[in-house]
Design a protein around this ligand. Structure first.
Ligand code: FNR
Length: 188
């Protein structure tokens, strides 16, 4: 039987009514049972400042430990000005240091961008992928997930009513589960 894998989920929006947060919650119910999705908070991380490394803030330590403990990482993020929101970039930077101790190194990853706009956060998706190349996070190539029209996607309870979208999201998570096994060398 396939092993259970813990996936750290980082949401690139801090607002309560975030579509990306809704998406991360919806993915919980659409992922195969072999994936355990664990959302990790990034909103309280102090801005990266190398001077703090002598005595790192407890939030940095807890964040690094949580990502390190996960088998894989899933980014669910909006696009800000055609790029990655600062809060998510900061979390990525915090996890990448001290030099040589990056918590990202070698972890299988996947990227989903969610936007009310028509192009589904394409710019943020690919800017994020650029950082993942440097961080040695093997990011799943296919299927890509640029989710547009987010304002019409969720009902009051945060459920995705559209069957086609739900099917696509379930396939995305199945592909990610297979990708994790490919990278970590488990069963296919
Ligand atoms: C945006 N938004 C946005 N949308 C987009 O598709 N491309 C973009 O470049 C931007 N830029 C942008 C910058 C800033 C500073 C904000 C606050 C917003 C709109 C954005 O997609 C929208 O606010 C989403 O609802 C944000 O995601 P959450 O919070 O709903 O997850």
């Amino acid at each position: 039987m396939a092993e259970t894998r813990t996936v750290a989920v980082l949401v690139g929006s801090l607002r309560d009514a975030s579509y990306n947060l809704k998406m991360a919650k919806a993915l919980d119910g659409l992922a195969p049972p072999t994936l355990r999705l664990a959302r990790i908070e990034i909103g309280k991380l102090a801005f990266y400042d190398e001077d703090l490394e002598a005595n790192p803030p407890p939030e940095w330590i807890a964040f690094r430990d949580a990502v390190r403990a996960a088998d894989a990482v899933l980014f669910v993020t909006p696009e800000y000005n055609r790029s990655v929101p600062g809060v998510l970039k900061n979390a990525i930077d915090v996890g990448s240091r001290p030099y040589g101790k990056s918590v990202w190194n070698g972890k299988p990853g996947a990227v989903m961008t969610v936007s009310p706009g028509g192009i589904g956060g394409f710019g943020a998706n690919h800017h994020l992928r650029q950082s993942l190349v440097f961080l040695n996070v093997p990011a799943m190539q296919q299927p890509e997930a640029y989710v547009g029209g987010a304002a019409a996607l969720f009902d009051e309870a945060g459920t995705i009513a559209n069957d086609g979208t739900r099917e696509f999201l379930a396939k995305f998570m199945q592909a990610f589960a297979a990708w994790i096994e490919t990278i970590l060398g488990g069963p296919r």
